[in-house]
Design a protein around this ligand. Structure first.
Ligand SMILES: [Zn+2]
Length: 396
């Protein structure tokens, strides 16, 4: 299917609606079932006044009980992501990129395969296939090589891949703020914004270390906007943790910048707000994201930041996270040829990964999101763009 479907991905999910996180394929079986029950219902309604239909109904016997289709959400591996984010995310919003981001089929397939634990990570090989002993990440050797680890928790990927992704998302927010105040936006999306831009309406700081009278927990958020007319400041910080951690991360960001918020209010005589912009590495968003974005001057939509995050898995993108993983972790994604061979040669392993014959007593919990697994990246601190010699400071 030209990379549009990963062979170990969930076939059940293919037929689920896109609104519910599926791929929206129309199932022949479901269509026939729908038609059959419609006809059945019609005959039942008309039978009392129609001799032929009444006889027909008698021959038909009692109502057929339609077999309940199994659901991809219940599958131990394929549904793990869905179950993981159910508690913390707005499910409808978390899957909206399927309908609204317009990604290529192959990128979509890759992201869903990652959500379904259908990639050959070492943790999967060790704990599910039993084809290797050591589940640890081959880059950092510190944690099991799970999908969560490679998309958000590996320190070896933090410096470049995660950083680029983070800066791209923060960049969207930054540009929108600039546009709102008529300030010049960076020419290309790869250009690092200047530390300070200002006009008579607003001042915008990018990754700026703010000096405060009192020691605060954190003083270098991604963006600070000061609206001079409204005497208002907004402190924006972006994070892309693994999807199960989005809500925790949101709280963490809020807490982290409270000290700075108070100091800014005191020193700059403004009303200040802290705004966390948190999107899961595979697209999950919290129910509050939309509300947070409303606090930011300009119009930043949830789909725009979410799209940027999931698009970072597009192999054509420069900041592509999964592509970097592919290059550095050969074999994580079976290539298309390999996929074809696998589908032609049904193995117990293949059916195992399709989730068909899995016993629920298996040890899937090993692969569950570890709440402390995210790499505690301070996004800009390792940035290659950072000029350590001339770190700017501002006196408040
Ligand atoms: Zn690692």
């Amino acid at each position: 299917m030209h990379g549009g479907f990963h062979s170990k991905s969930s076939t059940l999910r293919l037929y689920a609606s896109r609104k519910e996180g599926g791929r929206g394929l129309v199932s022949v079986r479901a269509t026939i079932q729908d038609e059959t029950s419609e006809i059945h219902k019609y005959i039942k309604d008309k039978a009392p006044t129609d001799g032929v239909l009444s006889e027909c109904l008698r021959q038909w016997g009692t109502d057929e009980v339609l077999e309940e289709e199994p659901s991809w959400e219940d599958k131990p591996l394929h549904g793990m992501y869905h179950r993981n984010i159910t508690e913390v995310a707005d499910l409808k919003k978390s899957y909206q990129w399927l309908e609204r981001a317009g990604l290529k089929d192959s990128t979509e397939a890759l992201i869903l395969a990652a959500q379904e634990q259908a990639l050959s990570t070492r943790a999967i090989e060790a704990q599910i296939y039993h084809t290797r002993q050591d589940p640890r990440c081959r880059l950092c050797k510190e944690a099991p090589e799970t999908v969560q680890h490679i998309t958000a928790g590996c320190k070896m990927l933090a410096v470049k891949a995660y950083m680029e992704r983070h800066n791209q998302v923060a960049g969207i927010v930054y540009r929108n703020i600039c546009a709102e105040y008529g300030l010049e936006t960076p020419r290309s999306k790869w250009e690092t914004p200047p530390k300070v831009v200002e006009n008579d309406r607003a001042k915008i700081l990018w990754d700026f270390q703010i000096q405060t009278d009192r020691m605060v927990m954190a003083n270098q958020p991604d963006i600070v906007v000061v609206d001079k007319e409204q005497r208002r400041a907004v402190v924006v910080d972006v994070a892309i943790p693994s999807d199960g951690n989005i809500r925790r991360k949101e709280h963490e960001k809020l807490e982290k910048y409270q000290g700075l918020r108070e100091e800014l209010e005191k020193a700059w005589k403004v009303k200040a707000t802290v705004v966390p912009v948190v999107i899961g590495a595979l697209g999950a968003v919290t129910p509050k994201l939309d509300e947070w974005l409303q606090h930011i001057p300009g119009s930043t939509s949830d789909i725009s930041v979410q799209k940027k995050t999931v698009k970072s898995h597009d192999p054509q993108e420069k900041d592509d996270v999964l592509q970097m993983v592919v290059t550095r972790l050969p074999g994580v994604f079976l290539d298309i040829m390999q996929q074809r061979e696998d589908t032609q040669r049904p193995s117990s392993l293949g059916s195992l990964l399709q989730g068909c014959h899995l016993s629920k007593t298996h040890h899937w919990h090993h692969l569950h999101d570890n709440p402390h697994q995210d790499h505690p990246l301070q996004p800009h601190q390792n940035s290659p763009h950072r000029d350590h010699q001339s770190r700017s400071t501002i006196l408040v």
